[in-house]
Design a protein around this ligand. Structure first.
Ligand SMILES: [Zn+2]
Length: 309
């Protein structure tokens, strides 16, 4: 696929990478930026060692312009795209900041979450692109992306990453068992790659949260469930992103349903028989997620989900 995209750069300046894992796709986009600009390049390859390759790897290369959704927002909004007069914005830099390099590369992550105004701002840029620039949009899926944008991009659908692909994203400081645990989590939700790649803190948070949730599934006490509900509500108010908890519950049910795990952590967790009504729980969780995505007040939905486990 790399070779095909590389050759198509002569004919196209806009690419839409969709499917697979956004972190793997982002890494692919960086590799493309390297192969376009590497000082030591041979053909389509890149050295990964010269100054340019290194600054692209650590995202400090001035002709690499990246924007994405803010982590506390549900949409990629127009202020993350900017305009020609807004200094420092994505669009401003796309049209202004060129150094001596041969190719400028603009990458927009989370594009499936771009709102209407943000998409219109990018559309203008795709209609009148600056010279020697490519724009790469990265999206989980194409739903919600305007046809006018899709028709101006070369589309590349990425496959679901394999476990071997994920290994290279995990922190080298992880022990073998931590790697196995991380992969078990990530195979249920690829967006977790970015969470587990640098520190063990997130992995530990996910493991603890899954354990707490699992013991709640054995509890018939309403008092226990109310206690859990209160804890989650407080965490969300304080510092934890609600989305993290939704992930955790989804991973738990996915593993329980599909038994697709390898690590000792999950084997032990699921060695017991869970006597819970999966369909009802999944429906309640779906309602919580929908409510969250639609900005509704999720308190009642969350309460119903937890009390009925
Ligand atoms: Zn290089």
């Amino acid at each position: 696929m790399f070779s095909k995209i590389y050759q198509n750069i002569q004919n196209s300046h806009a690419f839409l990478f969709h499917g697979g894992s956004s972190d793997v796709n982002f890494n692919f986009a960086l590799n493309l930026a390297k192969s376009l600009n590497c000082k030591e390049k041979q053909g389509e390859g890149f050295c990964d060692n010269c100054n340019i390759c290194k600054t692209i790897s650590n995202l400090t290369y001035p002709d690499l312009i990246i924007t994405s959704k803010d982590s506390d927002k549900k949409e990629l909004t127009e202020n993350k795209i900017g305009n020609l007069t807004q200094k420092g914005s994505f669009i401003y830099k796309i049209y202004n900041s060129s150094l001596s390099s041969s190719f400028k590369v603009g990458i927009i992550k989370d594009f499936h979450l771009a709102n209407n105004t943000a998409q219109n701002a990018i559309l203008k840029c795709l209609e009148e692109p600056p010279k020697d620039t490519i724009i790469i949009l990265i999206a989980d899926n194409l739903g919600g992306i305007k046809d006018t944008i899709i028709s101006r991009c070369q589309l590349y659908e990425f496959p679901v990453p394999k476990k071997e692909d994920i290994y290279q994203f995990l922190s080298s400081s992880f022990s073998d068992s931590q790697k196995e645990e991380s992969i078990d989590f990530i195979m249920s939700d690829f967006s977790l790659i970015s969470k587990f790649k640098d520190t063990e803190e997130n992995l530990n948070f996910y493991k603890d949260s899954i354990k707490n949730f699992s013991s709640l599934c054995f509890s018939t006490s309403s008092a226990e469930k109310i206690k859990y509900y209160n804890k989650i509500s407080q965490d969300i108010k304080k510092n934890t992103n609600f989305n993290d908890y939704i992930h955790i519950w989804e991973v738990f049910f996915d593993k329980l349903l599909n038994k697709n795990y390898k690590s000792l952590f999950f084997k032990e967790l699921f060695s017991k028989e869970y006597d819970i009504k999966l369909e009802k729980n999944l429906l309640n969780l779906y309602n919580v997620k929908e409510g969250y995505l639609k900005n509704l007040n999720t308190n009642i939905l969350l309460f119903e989900f937890i009390l009925n486990i």
